[in-house]
Design a protein around this ligand. Structure first.
Ligand SMILES: [Zn+2]
Length: 182
């Protein structure tokens, strides 16, 4: 059984300069690029919204499909990504979790690739990373979050830290990329 790296929403709109920028969100790119070669299976999600969606009553418009804001960060090494899944594609759903992707069945892709353990990186800790990690656990995978490869929105200070504690309490392990690079 294999390990997979699942890269959540490392897109322009979630990085500095984007419409829903996560503080220092672009700092995950270098860490993720270094990690990818360590994994036999690398998957990535994209927030991929229609121009009008109830989701934008909650959040500033971001990651509208086909726009530059929805592109991956330009420094992300996409050549190492095996498969990209698209989420938040309907005008009715938030699509925080990569397991809500509509372009493919993420759980099926992982099981078909004989993945037992999913390592999660990306943006943002307190929303899409959290939802994806908890869904991965519920789907029966072992789950780890790479703590130096995620960044939080922190609408309230401490939200990201609280999300990490919640995930840990649920049975998700927190790991540092250094430990995976040895
Ligand atoms: Zn969104």
């Amino acid at each position: 059984m294999k390990n997979a790296l699942l890269i959540v929403d490392v897109q322009n709109d979630f990085c500095p300069g984007g419409t829903l920028a996560v503080k220092a969100g672009d700092e995950v790119v270098g860490v993720v690029n270094r990690l990818m070669s360590r994994f036999p299976v690398v998957l990535a999600s994209k927030d991929w919204h229609p121009a009008e969606t109830v989701h934008f009553e909650r959040w500033p418009p971001h990651c509208v499909r086909g726009t530059r804001g929805a592109d991956f960060h330009p420094d992300l090494d996409v050549t190492q990504i095996d498969h990209v899944v698209l989420k938040g594609t309907a005008n009715t759903d938030d699509g925080y979790s990569a397991f809500e992707a509509t372009s493919a069945d993420l759980g099926f892709l992982l099981r078909r690739a004989e993945v037992a353990h999913v390592f999660i990186a990306g943006l943002a800790t307190d929303y899409c990373v959290r939802a994806t990690a908890l869904d991965a656990l519920a789907a029966g995978f072992r789950v780890s979050v790479v703590t130096d490869a995620v960044r939080a929105v922190d609408l309230k200070p401490g939200d990201g830290e609280a999300a990490l504690r919640e995930m840990e309490h649920a049975g998700i392990t927190l790991v540092n990329s250094e430990a995976l690079s040895r």
